[in-house]
Structures are given as C-alpha cells and as structure tokens.
Design a protein around this ligand. Structure first.
Ligand SMILES: [Zn+2]
Length: 1141
C-alpha cells in the first residue's frame, strides 16, 4: 500500500472538521518562523500576515489575554477571516457560530493596551472587603511596615505613611568576611532593624494579599532621590515608560508632599546607624556587589537573628534561635508585623527589605508543608492543585491529574469582558503522555473486563470493540465522567455541546437513584479523568492498522565527529542501548525495528539483515535527490540481527578513522530517514548525531550568518528565524509520515541551531546540544541523555484535539508540533516529557453552574504499533467576581505560558517589544486586581493577589533570561536552543529553569536525609563559610565559599585547602565519608528528577568562573542589565500606579 504523504491522519478524529485539505499553504499563526512567503509553509514560518501586521479590522493589538476578540473581529459563521488560517471548524457546540480567530497568534507585540483599569464603570459588586493582613513595606529608604487592616484575599505590601510603618530589617551578626558591608557602603536609611515582614500572620484571618509600599522612586538607589516623597506616592513622578527600567539611576524629583523619613539628601548619609543589617548592604552595595568589586564585603549571612520575637524565618533561612512562630495557616501569607511592637524609630526610617517582599522559597515551603501530606483528589471541579514543587499524591476521581494538565486559573471569568479586564491569560499546559508515579496508577478502579493497565505509566485502556469509542454525535467529544445519562440510561446529554445522544444498546446500563449509571465505577471512562480507548481502524491512516514504529540512528562520521571520539563512544553505547528500546507493558521485547545510516557529504546505508554474515554498506552520493537504496535488511529486529548489528557498530569507527572529510549535509539525512520510514510504511524516530554547520553542496545547505551586532536591533529577530524554507518543507513531509526527529548536536562553533532545530521542533522531537564535546568531559552527560531519550515513552503519528464546553475554545497552541489547520495539533512524535500549551478565549458567556470543561484527546500509535486515544478531562469553575479568578490562579503555570508566548514572539518582534509587552500585561493583571478586588488602601501600596505574589519575581526572571536579555557570553545558538527547549517544557521545568534552586550543603545536619531547605537565588544569601548547590534543570553548580572549613574541603574535595580545589571541576571525588556521600547522593537525586543530565561545575568564590554562576542568582541585577527583584518590583509598582491613575 502506498503511503499518501498528504493524507490526513485519521479522519474520524476530528470528524466534523472539513477533510484535511492536505498541507496546503498552511497558516499557522501559532508557530514562529521567518517569512518565506513563497514556500508552502509561508504562513508557518513567516510572520503570518495576521501575526505580524495589524489585524485586518483594526483591532488593537494586545498582549495575550483571555478576553474574547471584540465582536467586530468575529467572523460570521463559516467565513474565514484569516485566509491563512485554513479552515477552522466548529466543534464544540452549536452555539459557536463564529469562527474563532486566532487573535493572539495573529497579533503583533504592539503598543500596550490602554490600561484596563482606567475604564470607568468597571467596578464589580464585591461584598464587604474580606479581612486580610496588610503588610506595609517600604521600598528604598522608607519603612516597611504593616498594619492589620481589611483587605480582600490578597496580601498587601504597602508603602504607607510613616506613622503606619514598622521597620523591617533583620540584623545579622557581623561575622565572616561576608558578614556585612562596610559602613560606608551602607546607606543609613536602610539600617532599620525591624522586620515587619517576619511577623506571624494572624491566625484567624490569614492574609490573602500582599501589599508593599513602594519606594519613593523607580528603584532602591537612594542617592538619586532629590525630593521629598508624598505619602504613599512612590512612583508618581517617574516617567511612564522607562525603556530600561532598571539600568538607569532614577533621578526624578519626587512629587511634592512625598513623605520621606528624612530630608532629601539625608537618606544616604543620615540617620542613626543601626547595626549593620543584612539588608543595608544590599541597598548600598548593590551595584558594587554586582560588579564584584567590593571585595570581601558581601551579603549577610543567612543565619541572622531576627530582632522580633516570633519572627518567622524567611526564605528557609536556617534556624534563628528565636521561638518559632505558630504554623502559618495561609501558605502564601505575608506575615504582618505588629506595629506596636516596633520602636517608633524603627518604624520611621527604612528601605525595602528583601525579606519583606514575597519569597519564592517561602511560598514553596509553605505549600509543601500545607499540601504535601494529603493526596490531591480530583473529584471536585475547579480545585487548584498543589504547586509543582510540592510532592503529592494524586487520586483520579474524574478530573485529569495536574501531572497531565495544569491551568493558569481554575476559575474562569464568565464573560469575555471580565477576562479582558483582568488580562490573565486563560491557558492550560498539557502533558498528554506524562509518566505517573507507580502508586498513582490504578488507584480507583479495578479493571473492567477487557480493560487493564497497559503498563505502569499508562492509564487504563478501554476497549469499546468494533464500534469504537463512544462519542457525542455533534461535537465528537468522547465519553467521559462529565456526560449526563438521562431517560433511564437510554440517552446521554453531552456536557460540551448539550446535544442529546442515544446510548447504543451494547453500552446501555441502568441508573441508580442519583441518576448515575450503576456501572460508573467499573468503567474508567465514566469515573476517571484520564484513560485510553483502543482505536478502531477508522482512526488509522489510510484505514489500515499501523505497523510498529522504527528507530533510525543517523551518525555524522565527518572529521570532527571522529576526532572527538564521539563516533566510537556512540557505537559502543548503541550495542547495549538497543536492548532497552521502549516496549509495550508485558511485552518480552520491543516491537521497534532499527536501522543505521552514517554520513558526511554523502550517505551510507547499511544492510543488517539477520541472514548476512557481515553488514553491507551502500553509498548514496546524490544528495540532491535522496532515495533509499535498500528496503529489505535496512530496518530490522534487534534480536534477530544482533550479530550483524554488533559487527556494524564495531566497524563504523574503524571505517572512518582516517577521514579527512570535514563537510556535512543535513537536510538530505532527514530526507533519507523519512523516505525509509515511508518505504517501510511505518512511523518512527530519527536519532541524528551531528557536528557542524551543513555547508556541503546539498538541499538545506547553510551559511554562517551569525551576527551578534544584531542584538538589540530590529533585526535581532532574524537570528531566531531559519535561514531557509527548506526545513519547513521537509518537516511537513516528516509530519505526514509520522517521522519524529531527535537531534543531538556537538558543535565546536556556530551551527545555526535556529535552522537545524526546525525539523525537530515541528515533528515533536528534541534537540540536545553539547558544545565543544569531549569524551572525557561530556561522555556521562551525553550518554545519560541518549539513554533516557531512547527509552522514553513516545507516541507516534499523533493528533491532539482540545475540545471545550460551549462558551470558550482553544485558540492558540505552543510547543513542538505542526498545525495545518486551526484545531488539530499534529505530532509526528510526542514523548512523555513534552507539553503543549493551549490558550482559550471566550466565544460566549459561561455559567457558574455548568463551569467550563476541557477534553484533550490524543490519537497516537504506541511503541508496539497499537492505535490508541488518550483522553484527559478537566472541569473548571466559572466566576462572575474577578476576585474568584485571582484567588484560583496558578502563577507557575502563568509564567510557563507567558514565557512561551514571549519566546515565540521574538521571531517576529524586537526583543524589547516583547519584554515591554510582558511587563505591561503583568501590570495590567495586577492593576485590575488592585482596582477591583483589593480593599481601599493608600495609593502608595503595592497590592498583590495572594496567588500571584510571585508573579513579579518570576516574570523578571523570564525578562532577564538569555533569550530576552542575553549576556555577552550567551551565543546565538544558545539562545535558539533555549528558546525551543522552553517551548515544550512543563510547569515544573520552567519553574526551576527561570528561578533556580540554591541549596546550602553544609548547613543541615550531616545525617539529615532530606534535601536541605533552599535559599533565595541572590548573592547576599551566600555565606563564604558554606558550600551551595545550584541547579535549574540544565545547569548544576557547586559554589565553594572562600572560608569554608578546612575539614569540609578535605571531606568533599580531598584536598587540604580552598586554594587547592580545582576550579571548574566537573566530578566530585568519591570519598568514603558522610559529607561526600551526602552531597554526591543529593546531586544524583537532583539529576534523576530532571529531564536532562545536568553537568556539574565547581565554582570557587572570587574565581573567574564565578561570573557564570552569578548569572543564575536571579534576584540580583544581572550583568546583562536585567533588573534585580527589588528594582523590578518597584518598577512594576510604578507601572501599576500609572494604570490606576
Ligand atoms: Zn457534544
């Protein structure tokens, strides 16, 4: 049977969608790509007209948000407004008469919207303001104080008038070389000792919001203040938009009436000087600190004593001797200082205290403490799950586990107007094939006859026989716990589109007195949030059940690959790795066949048929017109051809040992692999091991077009765009064949990752990059990644569709996939680590009663060649009060979505525009909360919703990330690499990627088995007497303080002094002592948690490598100009105030 390349995958999957139009000039606003208008994928790679340009009807461009498009943008039924979007269909209910337009994807980063909050009459009827605790913190030269007040579910960090201020900093013992900053560097005004932020919260009324008083200027740099501050008006006089909000020293005069605690000018030099506090240095020495120029004077030690009795410890600071505060009831509460406890002087004068602004560490710890012990049961609609950083067990009782789906909010505004007002993106981050821990499979149901767990990582598989999965006739939603059975069980009403359907006789069952089918708990599809259906032949390409997939290993054997030892290493590894190909649960051996190709300027195919005594090589030198020279014997069963394969893998390194060929081709290699799969009529995966820019004469030939001078210019976006359209075309063919491409790169210089990663990105594959690969240094990392990549659960030739209940619909998608229409996410391959982020918009009013329902259906071919449908269902609440939206948000998911949105945007817009858009949106989100949900308070207070109090710090991390604000050491390839990596990350990965974990290694007792509590990612949290470990999912550092005890150095590094430790060391010596075992064990456990092997780098304090490490101290100002957390918070406050004024 011939394989029809443009045949649509699986017609029945999206039945009411018009027949797949093949791959006509698809337009796919969702994917980035450079403009190659002439190519069939012009729309894909090119700024889709709608994406780059103003939408046809003059709708204002807006940052991503959840509002539905304005009515004027709605196309009449059936009309395609954006021709390039292909034909969308209406699948989720009769009410959707307008074709949804992909507004978001089709918008350019443009001028920010007018402030939402400036519209009159946006107030919503809120009940009496809920009580909450208000912490007033003063940034920069003012006081941090707090007062108990009424506030809605939010924490308030306010900058109130001095009378309400409490002083807020803790004092540190002045110990160690980094104990304190020299007095001369510490501004007096930062010396207050109180620590309002560390007061225990009210037990009876947990604070729900954080409020900060804003500093009197755009930043904490006091010297620039020139005037008095009006009470509560920190940012009033700042320019509306500072292009670079952090790098310029604010020098604006403060508005008259601004109340400062000291006369202008005295701020820096004035007031009584309290004992050096941990906070004062931060203020004064801030810049110096960043430059590393202030010598031994460093941040305070984590072990400080809080001056306040009962002050909680912030940021997991190891235990101050004071009595512990009572357990905090509200996980996210900002402690409220008891004003009365503070001496007036302390209340009077202050600067922002890093400990009084929301701490990621504290939020994470509180969530662990409060939610880690109880299982998360999914039976209730709209529940916000524990944070991704919390270990918890999930019990599936009808909604998909958060391991499969996480949402930005679990309570969606009923109307698009509300959604537009709030600007909170409504999005779900879906990981359809996520691996569940063994204890979470089969919790609820005993398998019904004919069903059962397929393997430990899969949910239940349901077989509805020849009729196939039961679906709604109208919207094609699959049978799920959300459907309602009526008329004694003879019919069911679809909860997605309200259509009433007949129950087929073979599926009939009686209802109990509650209206529930009596067999509900015996059937996964009626009781679980996630399960699988066996698909019938109707769900298969060309109406034919698929063959098992194949893996093809394609190895660059050019000079560089041979010289570095890569080829030898790889061939050796493959001999054993082939025994670990993915298997269906219970199967004795993998059904996956394998094939081998080597290449440089030409390709070599190998016949490894089991009947041969020796492998045979066939060379194809006509790379312009690639064909596969052999069919029989190319793809083989590993067991049967074991001897021939082993012989081949032994020979390859020898055959090319003396090669002088330095040039490579690339596109023809992928082409060859894809053609081989096509000839074998199967889906599969190509594993490409490639070393250099493909400059040999061939399709897809590339040139070195790297140009760092483009950074920060309007042309910077071209660095992220593929330099030729060849790869999009190729990717399209690969997707049609179910050919997924995983690319392992070993570059010594620029290889144009932006172009080479196009095919992996569009086929659901992965890219790995090992710059300057050397076997000695990188072997472990590469082999670990390779093993994991080869063994992981993967589905092939997949199509994903997200259906929603009437009123909202999926409008935009982010991740590694291809789309040829507006609704179906096509994945040549999808592995257990990949996520797809989906944004929703309103197209009608939602009701609180029925909520909003999502059903994600993934049709795929398993590793044994079985065609299956994996279904995930999730029910969300809907609200008519904005406060409910803000109360049920998940900031980690918001950040995941916003980062993906921004990273996609850099292909079409200047990076600065992208950054500004993020800032504006964040300000709008927070301003809307302030205006509509927070209780009245001084304008000088920054009020953050409790669930979003980390939004500023995390967003700042995104803004200063390598893609959006690269440092000098970050290469163009690095940026392209990270960009595509983030596009598929799940929420846990983005969380640690943007805000790394920093763990003190020598603080906790040596015999403690638990992970040490993390500290905030800031230099001032480092003590020179300690050793720290930092990881972000990709990088792993061990930082050694200069005054670490000699015994510790000996135990860990086996040398007698700090100076003898080798900087840049990548392996810790294996020593038989408790500390060494503990640290190495911790490193192993961290590596096991992450998707990719993290290479270790040992960094010594004050060593030149330390710069590399400091890049990850994300609360500090970065060398590339990224704002410190404190500065950014001040800037955000200013933006919010402008929106509110
Ligand atoms: Zn329906």
């Amino acid at each position: 049977m011939s394989v029809n390349q443009s045949a649509p995958p699986v017609p029945p999957f999206g039945q009411n969608q018009p027949v797949y139009p093949g791959y006509h000039p698809a337009s796919y606003g969702g994917q980035p790509g450079p403009a190659v208008p002439a190519s069939p994928y012009g729309a894909y790679n090119g700024p889709v007209p709608g994406y780059q340009q103003t939408p046809p009807q003059g709708v204002p461009r807006a940052p991503p948000s959840s509002g539905a498009p304005p009515a004027s943008m709605q196309a009449p039924c059936g009309q395609t407004t954006y021709g390039q979007f292909g034909q969308g269909d209406i699948q989720n209910g009769p009410s959707s008469t307008a074709q949804m337009q992909r507004l978001q994807g089709s918008q350019q980063f443009g001028p920010p919207l007018a402030p939402v909050v400036s519209q009159p009459a946006v107030l919503q009827p809120y009940g009496p303001p809920p009580t909450s605790t208000q912490v007033t913190a003063q940034l920069a030269g003012m006081q941090i104080s707090g007062a108990v007040s009424h506030a809605p579910p939010s924490s308030v960090l306010g900058y109130g008038p001095p009378t309400s201020l409490a002083s807020a900093s803790g004092s540190f013992p002045n110990s160690g070389p980094y104990g304190s900053y020299p007095q001369s560097q510490a501004p007096p005004l930062s010396q207050a000792q109180g620590h309002p932020g560390v007061q225990p919260p009210l037990r009876s009324a947990p604070p729900l919001a954080s409020s900060f008083t804003s500093p009197a200027s755009g930043g904490p740099r006091m010297p620039s203040m020139t005037g008095p501050l009006p009470p509560g008006q920190g940012f009033g006089s700042l320019p509306v938009s500072q292009p670079n909000h952090v790098s310029s020293t604010p020098s604006h005069a403060l508005p008259p009436g601004t109340q400062m605690t000291g006369p202008p000018g005295t701020q820096m030099t004035g007031p009584p000087v309290p004992p050096p506090s941990m906070h004062s240095p931060q203020q004064a020495g801030y810049q110096l600190q960043q430059n590393g120029s202030f010598g031994p004077a460093r941040g305070p030690q984590p072990n400080y004593e809080s001056p306040y009795p009962g002050a909680p410890t912030f940021g997991s600071q190891p235990g101050p001797p004071q009595p512990l505060p009572p357990k905090r009831l509200d996980p996210d509460a900002i402690p409220s200082p008891q004003l009365n406890e503070l001496p007036p002087q302390q209340r009077a004068r202050h600067r922002i205290d890093p400990d009084a602004i929301p701490s990621p560490i504290q939020v994470i710890e509180d969530d662990r403490n409060n939610r880690g012990s109880e299982p998360f049961v999914t039976g209730v609609r709209g529940q916000v799950p524990p944070l991704v950083t919390t270990n918890f067990l999930v019990k599936d009782q009808g909604n998909a586990s958060p391991r499969y789906i996480r949402c930005t909010s679990y309570n969606i505004p009923c109307t698009s107007d509300m959604a537009k007002q709030a600007q909170v993106p409504l999005a779900a981050v879906i990981k359809p094939l996520a691996r569940l821990p063994p204890e979470e499979t089969g919790l609820l149901c005993t398998p019904a006859p004919g069903t059962g767990p397929v393997d430990q990582a899969s949910p239940y598989v349901v077989d509805h026989g020849e009729a196939g999965p039961l679906r709604c006739n109208r919207c094609k939603a699959y049978m799920c716990p959300l459907m309602t059975f009526i008329e004694g069980g003879r019919r069911f009403q679809c909860s997605f589109c309200s259509c009433v359907n007949d129950v087929p006789p073979q599926y009939f069952q009686h209802l109990d007195h509650t209206g529930k089918r009596v067999d509900a708990y015996d059937r996964p599809e009626l009781s679980l949030g996630s399960y699988e259906f066996l698909a019938t032949v109707d769900y298969c390409k060309n109406n034919k059940f698929p063959s098992p997939p194949a893996f093809i290993f394609m190895i660059d054997v050019s000079y560089n690959a041979i010289r570095t030892g890569l080829v030898r290493l790889l061939c050796e590894e493959l001999k054993s790795l082939l025994d670990y190909l993915p298997r269906e649960g219970g199967a004795e051996e993998s059904a996956i066949r394998v094939g081998f190709v080597t290449y440089n300027k030409v390709l070599h195919f190998y016949n490894v048929k089991s009947s041969l005594a020796q492998p045979q090589m066939m060379v194809v030198s006509d790379v312009a017109d690639m064909f596969v020279p052999l069919l029989d014997g190319f793809l083989v069963n590993v067991r049967e051809s074991r001897a021939v394969i082993t012989s081949l893998l032994d020979k390859i390194p020898e055959m090319f040992a003396d090669t002088r060929e330095t040039e490579t081709v690339f596109a023809p290699v992928i082409q060859a692999g894809m053609e081989a799969l096509k000839a074998a009529e199967c889906a599969g995966k190509l594993f490409l091991f490639h070393t250099s820019l493909p400059i040999a004469e061939a399709p897809g030939k590339l040139k070195n077009r790297d140009d760092r001078k483009l950074i920060n210019t309007d042309k910077e976006k071209t660095l992220f765009q593929p330099q030729t359209g060849t790869y999009q075309t190729l990717a399209k063919d690969c997707v049609a064949q179910g050919c997924c491409v995983d690319l392992f790169l070993f570059p010594n210089q620029y290889v144009d990752v932006a172009t080479l990663s196009v095919v992996p990105q569009l086929t659901g594959g992965s890219v790995y990059k090992y710059a300057c690969f050397q076997v000695e240094n990188d072997q472990e990392r590469f082999l670990s990644d390779l093993r994991r990549d080869v063994q992981k659960v993967v589905g092939f030739d997949a199509v994903m569709r997200v259906r929603t209940s009437t009123g909202i619909r999926a409008v935009d998608f982010f991740g590694a996939f291809y789309m040829s229409n507006t609704t179906d996410v096509e994945l040549a391959g999808l592995d257990e680590d990949k996520t797809v982020a989906v944004e929703f918009k309103h197209d009608d009013r939602l009701s609180e009663e029925s909520g909003a329902l999502l059903q994600c259906a993934l049709l795929y071919t398993s590793c044994a060649g079985q065609r299956r449908l994996r279904i995930h269902n999730l029910a969300l609440n809907c609200c008519t009060q904005l406060a409910d939206l803000y109360r049920n948000c998940e900031t980690d998911t918001l950040i995941n979505y916003m980062a993906k949105f921004a990273y996609r945007g850099v292909v079409n817009s200047p990076v600065k525009t992208v950054r500004d858009t993020l800032i504006t949106q964040c300000a709008q989100i927070l301003a809307c909360y302030r205006k509509n949900c927070a209780s009245p308070s001084s304008a000088g207070q920054l009020i953050l919703p409790e669930c979003m109090k980390l939004l500023p710090v995390y967003l700042n991390c995104v803004l200063k990330s390598d893609v959006l604000q690269p440092g000098a050491e970050v290469t163009t390839d690095d940026r392209a690499y990270v960009r595509q990596l983030v596009s598929s990350m799940d929420v846990a990965e983005t969380n640690v990627f943007f805000y790394p974990r920093l763990l003190p290694l020598t603080k906790s007792p040596i015999d403690s088995t638990s992970e040490p509590p993390a500290v905030r990612a800031s230099e001032e949290r480092l003590s020179s007497g300690d050793i720290y470990l930092l990881e972000n999912g990709l990088n792993l550092f061990v930082w050694v303080g200069a005054s670490v005890q000699q015994g510790v150095v000996q135990s860990l590094f086996n040398v007698s002094s700090f100076s003898q430790i080798t900087s840049g060391l990548s392996v810790l010596p294996v020593l038989d002592n408790p500390l060494s075992r503990k640290v190495r064990g911790l490193i192993d456990s961290l590596r096991a948690q992450r998707m990719r092997y993290m290479k270790l780098i040992v960094v010594k304090q004050e060593d030149k490598l330390e710069m590399l490490f400091k890049h990850f101290l994300v609360e500090d100002k970065s060398l590339s100009g990224g704002a410190s957390y404190v500065d950014f918070l001040c800037h955000m406050h200013k933006e919010i105030r402008q929106l509110l004024s």
